[in-house]
Design a protein around this ligand. Structure first.
Ligand code: DMJ
Length: 655
């Protein structure tokens, strides 16, 4: 039948619905669609369905950014952050009150049955398959600890052939002396401060400090000279504890202080909890805790170290949620939730540039590519950005990706960025060409613009401020002698001898800063102007806080040259430490290296056990003890293995 269209006539709907009914139906339908779409957000990150619909958002790191308005605290725009890893702890996880320890956890990683022979019974525990939450797709993962150990070129502790040789007995005695110092430092800490971050030897107690998650304090406490804030009255630290325990593990292992190692390990198993709160330095947590745990795992195969390293690594990931992916310096641990990076307009080169070694190993040991992705992205940003005269300034905005000011230094704020480039090359078994090229290019620029020779013939690296030089070197910069020596061999042929000689010259200058003081320990900073050379010019930079950088360079130079002068210089440091820094209850820094009656600063820094004593011990050990063919030391002296495998693991993939 043909119907004529009449004005005002509304034809009935095909389903016979009237207008109000139709409206209600549409309302219902749109509600249903919204509900279904919303439900997608509740699915686990790895759900196929979710990835289908939300792929672009999930796969772009750093899209869920923290809005940064100058002068304002960042506001979280979206949550949770994009990274799949840092989930809230499952009930009982890392809960000190829970009886469910890490071994009983369900979750993203799960321990599997040991596979290897008893020889590495502990070791075999490390072979594992990552298990995921129900409903999540698995990330194929296995780490074969026995295979890893079999690929090492040398026994970890070396063959100790010198122990039977008479002429070497003096060296052996020197090594024993350093071992005694370590035992004393550890036992004092254990007696008065076990579980605290560091020991206060004069007051015979411990303190937590502010770098590892106390509720106050902004970026990079130590590098910005805020270490005095460690004792803020009224601050109740809620952060990570036991920095000295974690920092000591591999040194105790190296020196075969077995009982002490077991004490440290037991503390990690029973008392090292990760559900902490407060703001922590990403850099410090990474180099001390993650580095220490990773090394302890690679040395022993004990699952507890691997598990805690990975869990802690996950807690650091929110720091990377910036528009560039360059992490902020401070991460806010928030117990039981995501945590987020806090304010601060610039990130520090040495801090975000010193994550690469540990994060590749986190991926290697977890099977989770996210850690490697984060540090590869940092590399990418640094590769692309314009560099004034080829130099890398020390501050970068994680929001804009631009340099914040043109201050360049191979000492504090810049130092370990350069160190991690050459060590990334070495750790990759010389396959990471990008790191190698970046290192030598950066070194060329530093040599051109920062290197100087004093009127008295001392070679030093000055600090560069937009073209103006401060003729000063920090104690921190003294690691560079060792770095130059380590990297000399792989430089262009015509530069090899030159870098080795430069390494020796810089190390000699740093030695002079010690030799010219009354205590034979070196100041925090020393200058080359107004007729003074290699000396501090004011009391505020005359202190020595048990730092390792000078003996670190002695150790590398010794390995490279076997010139006995480095052992002699190292022994002078041992004697000076004994004379001026040893107290009744541990070692302490001193406030003035130019006074033979110096005041103690009442701090036994955890890096004294991690680095200073370790490098001294290695200086008096044979070259195959922690052979440099097998290990690189992170910037806190925690040994991480060179990748000798042809592993297809995501950690070692180049992009
Ligand atoms: C250590 O924590 C690390 O070596 C870091 O890279 C800078 N220096 C301190 C000790 O001086």
């Amino acid at each position: 039948m043909h119907m004529r269209k009449l004005p005002g006539f509304v034809p009935p709907s095909p389903w016979g619905l009237r207008l109000p009914q139709k409206f209600l139906f549409l309302l219902f339908l749109s509600g249903l669609v919204t509900l279904c779409f919303g439900a997608l957000f509740l699915l686990p990150h790895s759900s196929r369905l979710k990835r289908l619909f939300l792929a672009s958002r999930i796969q772009q790191p750093g899209l869920e950014v923290i809005a940064e308005v100058p002068g304002h605290s960042p506001v979280r725009q979206r949550e949770p952050p994009p990274n799949p890893a840092p989930a809230a702890p499952a009930p009982g996880e890392d809960d000190p009150n829970s009886r469910a320890g890490p071994r009983h956890r369900k979750g993203w990683l799960r321990r599997t049955r040991p596979t290897g022979p008893r020889e590495e019974a502990t070791a075999a525990r490390g072979s594992g398959v990552a298990a995921l939450r129900p409903g999540e797709e698995s990330i194929p993962f296995s780490f074969d600890f026995n295979a890893f150990r079999s690929r090492l070129r040398h026994p970890v502790l070396g063959t100790r052939t010198d122990e039977s040789k008479e002429p070497q007995s003096q060296v052996r005695a020197q090594r024993e002396k350093i071992k005694e110092m370590m035992r004393f430092a550890w036992q004092s800490y254990r007696r008065y401060a076990m579980g605290k971050n560091e020991l206060r030897p004069l007051t015979k107690d411990g303190y937590e400090g502010s770098m590892f998650g106390s509720p106050v304090v902004g970026p990079d406490v130590r590098r910005h000279g805020r270490s005095m804030l460690q004792d803020l009255p009224g601050v109740k630290a809620g952060g990570l504890r036991g920095a000295t325990v974690i920092d000591s593990l591999d040194t105790l292992y190296l020196m075969e202080l077995k009982e002490e190692f077991q004490e440290a390990k037991a503390w990690v198993e029973e008392s090292f909890h990760l559900n902490v709160s407060g703001e922590a330095s990403l850099f410090e947590v990474n180099i001390r805790y993650i580095g220490g745990l990773l090394s302890a795992y690679y040395l022993t195969g004990e699952e507890v170290f691997r598990m805690k390293a990975i869990k802690l690594g996950e807690k650091l990931l929110p720091a990377f949620n910036t528009p560039t992916g360059i992490p902020k310096g401070v991460v806010n641990f928030k117990s039981g939730s995501w945590g987020w990076a806090t304010s601060g307009s610039s990130s520090v080169l040495a801090e975000f540039g010193s994550l690469h070694l540990e994060f590749l190993h986190l991926t290697e040991l977890s099977g989770n590519p996210i850690f490697a992705e984060k540090v590869r992205n940092i590399r990418k940003v640094l590769r692309k950005i314009d560099k004034p005269l080829g130099l890398y300034p020390n501050f970068l905005s994680p929001v804009s990706g631009n340099w914040v000011q043109h201050h360049v230094s191979i000492g504090g704020l810049g130092d370990s960025f350069y160190e991690y480039l050459i060590k990334s090359w070495l750790m990759s078994a010389k396959t990471d060409l990008e790191a190698k090229n970046m290192y030598y290019e950066a070194l060329e620029a530093i040599e051109t613009y920062l290197l100087n020779v004093s009127p008295g013939g001392l070679t030093y690296f000055a600090e560069w401020r937009g073209g103006i030089l401060d003729h000063k070197m920090g104690h921190l910069a003294c690691f560079s002698g060792g770095m130059l020596s380590l990297g000399a061999e792989d430089a262009k042929e015509e530069k090899r001898a030159h870098y080795q000689e430069l390494a020796a010259q810089i190390t000699r200058t740093c030695h002079e800063s010690y030799a010219r003081s009354d205590t034979k320990l070196g100041p925090e900073a020393f200058w080359f102007n107004n007729g003074r050379e290699a000396e501090a010019t004011q009391l505020s930079e005359s202190y020595y806080i048990l730092r390792p950088e000078v003996v670190e360079s002695y150790m590398y130079l010794w390995r490279q040259t076997h010139d006995p002068i480095y052992r002699n210089w190292g022994w002078d440091v041992v004697l000076a430490l004994e004379k001026y820094c040893r107290t009744d209850a541990g070692f302490s820094g001193i406030q003035d290296v130019y006074s033979t009656r110096p005041n103690h600063d009442n701090k036994q820094q955890s890096f004294f056990l991690a680095e200073t004593l370790k490098y001294l011990y290695l200086l008096f050990s044979e070259d195959d003890t922690f052979s440099l063919e097998d290990w690189v030391f992170n910037t806190e002296a925690h040994p991480l293995p060179v990748n000798h495998s042809d592993s297809a693991s995501q950690a070692w993939h180049q992009h």
